[in-house]
Design a binder for this molecule. Sequence first.
Ligand code: PGA
Length: 256
Amino acid sequence: MTSPGRKPLVVGNWKMNLSERWAVALVDDLLPRVASLTAVEIAVAPAFPCLRAVADRLAGSRVRLAAQNVHWEDKGAFTGEVSPRMLAEMGVHFVIIGHSERRVHFGETDERIERKVGAARRHGLVPILCVGEQDKERDEGRTLAVVERQLRLGLGRLQVADGAEVVIAYEPVWAIGTGRTPTPEQAQEVHRTIREQLGSMFPGGAASRIRVVYGGSATAESAPVLLGLPEVDGALVGGASLEAGIFAAIAEMAGR
Ligand code: PGA
């Protein structure tokens, strides 16, 4: 449940699941379903090769375009990478940074994540910084310490006071794609800690503008409880975002 002053945000992370043909079909299915949802901000994150086609389809709608990753340099000899300038030119609004799949499978470090956050900001892209603990870290009672560290290192030198926008996604790694979700108490504890930490990192009220969304097995079944928690400003949705009807239902719940 989002506090006044923060519009709920629901982002569909399509990961590496849809080729252009299917991405366009999904967006065409989604747009009429969400057209009347004005109380929630909605974004979809297709894979890089589908960004242009999805951008064309989104033109004239309120649904925002998001990317799933970005490099930290504007250009150069970085084979296989995509720069923030390229994304900005395509009309990308949000960029997911530091997703646990990138941290785990592609060796993404907090130091690189911080550079990516800065690079995104330089080009006017809104970073969605993902933080979250592994199963083992939770078992060892280190959840809050892990999240605090990822947040501190990931946001680094970001100046929120000057109006820079950023979104935080709390995604317990053990909940991603597993059907497991934290209890309301567990989710709330982490969201509260993130909000307090943002308050100490960005004094002067700037932190209160930052949205903190939840991600990890958000479905039509789990979303009502998770989205109803104080300090949860929306959701980053993976698997359930591949079904237009389910994703639209989650977005609708977030806007209530
Ligand atoms: P999931 O993925 O909803 O399929 O668990 C969420 C995410 O990875 O952002």
